[in-house]
Design a protein around this ligand. Structure first.
Ligand SMILES: NC(=O)C1=CN([C@@H]2O[C@H](COP(=O)(O)OP(=O)(O)OC[C@H]3O[C@@H](n4cnc5c(N)ncnc54)[C@H](OP(=O)(O)O)[C@@H]3O)[C@@H](O)[C@H]2O)C=CC1
Ligand SMILES: O=C(O)CCC(=O)C(=O)O
Length: 450
């Protein structure tokens, strides 16, 4: 029995020592643990069972070679991974990321975060994440297909509808999920709900595409309503122009918000009067179907400025929604947001705000919605896709839209319950960490030491 409760610094030194060079993973563990440490001070059972230390050690990591042939018949070699972090409350669940910046550290941080996020949804899903350092950008459909088939030829033996259910993330959309699912089906000769984010024609769920972005805006709506505010008329800066960013923009515009920016890795567009609904449709076509660049919006429309290599955080706004990737907002960007009078930061992406930047926002008492709560709508609808596949049914869009809205309200409520401070400020990050941790930890206690 290790009844001695180490202090937070000692715990983090151990995490750093065991994970050398894995900065993103250490950052994510730090963010969760600082809240959990305070909360479990008087909860001896969690210390004795070393629960936090165990959740911060993935159940397993599979790493594998992925070979594929490009259109010029060159053999390419990439590295793929699946990180199965924790399956205490359900099969491992979480997306696949294809991006040159993918490393084991990035996937470990994402799988760790996913464990708490999935717990917050209230659905029976454990946490996992995977991907490869493959860059789909600029590749032909045939090249992407060959890569996906090669990737699944190894991954298939580690996943299954009751084992581990991957989905999309950066660089993995419906095209990639189609190739991956087709290869799984071919190898195993089984049609089963082993991936989510499938197209509606072959077992996908209505609303999955929209769920992450829409869900984040639902969360924002609840935060604002607690302060007698509303989305209508608010200027919103959004980063990214992928699945999450575009659907967050769509929902925000539908609720009367004024979305004044979108971005990609080339730069940012600034639309002073706000992006119109029709304009957004054109942008969705450009980004999702044609795989174009955000700069092309400025070529097409008057009143749209493009700033190469720019970021949206200096643009005048009431609300900021980072929806691209991790560590987009550091302390300087956070100070800019505070100085500009931004009232809320809602993370559509995973860990887009550094720990130091979160401190700046907390100190200024801004509303801050952490990704594990605000972007949980995506994985929640994935959970509903798993249920539909298991039952061999397909639910109507309206039903799923209502279920998503209810799930986001519930997640918001859990954050408030565990995050309310003595002065009335809601520390949503703390609330999400405690609520997400508790369910996983109690399940682990029930299983004994393993
Ligand atoms: N899809 C989902 O359902 C969910 C996604 N998330 C998170 O949301 C975020 C966005 O994911 P999603 O929209 O699906 O991904 P997409 O691949 O659809 O879009 C990603 C967007 O972010 C930009 N981007 C990616 N990496 C970088 C980078 N290093 N620097 C600058 N811009 C970058 C891309 O620009 P470019 O095209 O130039 O690379 C693109 O505009 C990620 O953090 C993801 O983990 C969270 C929950 C669920
Ligand atoms: O839908 C899923 O399973 C994955 C979603 C995801 O990757 C995420 O929530 O970050």
């Amino acid at each position: 029995m290790s009844a001695e409760c180490p202090d937070f610094q000692t715990f983090m030194e151990g995490v750093k020592k065991r994970n050398p060079g894995q900065d993103e993973f250490v950052q994510a563990v730090h963010e969760v643990s600082r809240d959990i440490f305070d909360w479990i001070q008087d909860k001896r059972e969690y210390h004795e069972a070393e629960i936090l230390r165990r959740i911060a050690e993935p159940d397993r990591i599979v790493s594998f070679r992925v070979c594929w042939e490009d259109d010029d018949h060159n053999i390419r070699v990439e590295r793929g991974w699946r990180v199965q972090n924790n399956n205490a409350i359900g099969p491992y669940k979480g997306g696949l990321r294809f991006h040159p910046s993918v490393t084991e550290s990035v996937l470990k941080f994402l799988a760790f975060e996913q464990t708490f996020k999935n717990s917050l949804t209230g659905l029976p899903m454990g946490g996992g994440k995977g991907g490869a350092n493959f860059n789909p950008k600029g590749k032909s459909d045939a090249e992407v297909m060959r890569f996906c088939q090669s990737f699944m030829t190894e991954l298939y033996r580690h996943i299954g509808p009751d084992v581990d259910v991957p989905a999309g993330d950066i660089g993995v959309g419906s095209r990639e999920i189609g190739y991956l699912f087709g290869q799984y089906k071919r190898i195993t000769n089984r049609w089963e709900g082993v991936l989510t984010g499938k197209a509606n024609e072959y077992g996908g769920s209505p609303m999955r595409v929209e769920a992450t972005g829409y869900g984040a805006v639902h969360f924002l709506d609840h935060m604002l309503k607690r302060r007698d505010e509303e989305i209508e008329g608010k200027r919103i800066v959004i980063s990214g122009s992928g699945n999450v960013a575009l659907h967050a923009a769509e929902k925000a515009i539908a609720l009367g918000g004024k979305v004044v920016s979108l971005s990609d890795s080339d730069g940012v567009i600034h639309v002073k009067d706000g992006i119109g609904a029709e304009q957004l449709e054109w942008i969705k076509q450009l980004k999702i179907e044609e795989r174009g660049r955000i700069s092309e919006v400025a070529d097409k429309y008057d009143g749209v400025e493009f700033h190469e290599d720019g970021e949206p955080w200096g643009i005048d706004a009431d609300i900021a929604m980072p929806c691209a990737t991790q560590n987009e907002i550091g302390p300087d960007e956070a100070k800019t947001l505070v100085d500009n009078g931004v009232m809320a930061v809602v993370e559509g992406a995973n860990m887009p705000t550094t720990n130091d930047a979160v401190e700046v926002l907390r100190d200024a008492k801004l509303l801050f919605a952490p990704g594990k709560a605000a972007n949980a709508g995506g994985v929640a609808v994935s959970g509903l896709e798993m249920s539909q596949n298991a039952e061999r049914v397909s639910w109507q869009r309206e039903k799923l839209e209502d279920m998503l809205a209810d799930l986001m309200e519930d997640i918001h409520g859990k954050c408030v319950e565990h995050g309310e401070c003595s002065d009335g400020y809601i520390d949503y990050a703390k609330g999400a960490n405690i609520a997400g941790f508790r369910k996983v930890a109690d399940a682990m206690l029930a299983f004994g030491v393993m």
